[in-house]
Design a protein around this ligand. Sequence first.
Ligand SMILES: *[C@@H]1O[C@H](CO)[C@@H](O)[C@H](O)[C@H]1NC(C)=O
Ligand SMILES: *[C@@H]1O[C@H](CO)[C@@H](O)[C@H](O)[C@H]1NC(C)=O
Ligand SMILES: *[C@@H]1O[C@H](CO)[C@@H](O)[C@H](O)[C@H]1NC(C)=O
Length: 437
Amino acid sequence: MFLTNVFLVLSAAASASAASSWIVPGAAWTSTSGTKIDAHGGMVLKRGDTFYWVGQSASHNEQPYMYTSKDLLNWTPANNPQNSIQYMWRPKMAKPNGSFWIYGQVDRNVQALVSSNIQDGYSVKGSKVTLPPSSYTYSDTGMFMDDDQTWYILTSADHNTVQINRINSDGSIGDRVNYLAKGAYEAPGMFKVNGVYYLIVSGKTGWRSNPNQMFYATSLTGSWNGPYPIAPEAQKTYNSQNTFELTVQGSKRTTYIYMGDSWDSKGGPDSNYVWLPMTVDTGNKKVTLDYHAQWKIDVNTGEVSFPSQKRRYDAAKHATISGRATITQCDYCLSKRGVSNLASDSEVTFRNVTGLGGRQWVQFHYKVQNRMAGEAHVIVNDGPAMNISTLNHRAGYHNIVPVELELQEGLANTITFGMTGSEDAGIVLDGIEVVED
Ligand SMILES: *[C@@H]1O[C@H](CO)[C@@H](O)[C@H](O)[C@H]1NC(C)=O
Ligand SMILES: *[C@@H]1O[C@H](CO)[C@@H](O)[C@H](O)[C@H]1NC(C)=O
Ligand SMILES: *[C@@H]1O[C@H](CO)[C@@H](O)[C@H](O)[C@H]1NC(C)=O
């Protein structure tokens, strides 16, 4: 097992430098072409052994963009499904008949696209429509397929109504089967476990994150119980907003994945993604996002795993420090000592860091007291300073921040941690861990 893992890492690094072996919530995710994945407010649909991810392209006027993957890790850009459509928000896929459909919000109405091929050749189907039964306009499209293969479009309709409408077999938007009118909610997504429907929605706070909530109903037409939290309130859904829930039914277990967007301040191209496995307590009807800085799922077995081969470098022991930074006692640091009092004049430099050659995840273990007082950055092998928060939106919010860096093969790398700002940021650097699996 150990040898197999090492071999896979080495061969992947040699052949495709952009290969990504982990799901890293909040990090900038790169496609197999080396471009930043640009499919926000989207969803993932599995057909055969392939996952198709459609979302809005923030850097191309919110056109629907698609990526394909066999492992939910490595995503290859597909053709742009329909390039005459612009400003289609939160596109979602469905297959209400033999054709493939994309539904998204255009001018607060539903616009449908249809194709005989899941990943290409979509044409605009009909004109934009409002939602039955009250002709509401809406924002925020969601999608759900029930066990009987009937598709439902979820919308954040006007008058603070989250609606569930059936999609008819001719692709048109059918009857409303249920709605939630318990407050100002948007960004709906739904999944089903043991016959119970779990609806996840966000509050309405623009691009800023809020504590998303869960409601459940014991039938599709039943009444909604809730709201219930899915994460500690102060975490604001780990700085994300719901877009879709993906069920991966594996040979050993079924894993439910929360897919959220980690928006930048304008919902622009710097926005990232937060995907996390969920624990579903079916007895108590409780859904909890399981936060992991770095994880993956085996799409065949459904099992979730974490990095097991990491090379650790303690800041207090292995690094050279400069400026006013000092080594202090640190109870939560693995070595019980950390580098603190960091300010813009100080740097922590790790030399002779072993790399595999190519892009590799490096976890920075550090705490921040006051994010407003400073911004941490990383410099690799005399390259440019890169703000860690651009590489991973979880920087400053979580004590393990993985970022993907280009490392040289062997004992050849110098990694420098520094910051812009004052000691008031209260940054304490514990160390770095270079992930090798
Ligand atoms: C699905 O429905 C649409 C609209 O009625 C139709 O154009 C399309 O041919 C149907 N697809 C199949 C494969 O029947
Ligand atoms: C790094 O490696 C070089 C060459 O092997 C060695 O001379 C140097 O002492 C090492 N530096 C550290 C900080 O380990
Ligand atoms: C990094 O962050 C600092 C402080 O917020 C900012 O002034 C600087 O422009 C950022 N640099 C990059 C490359 O984004």
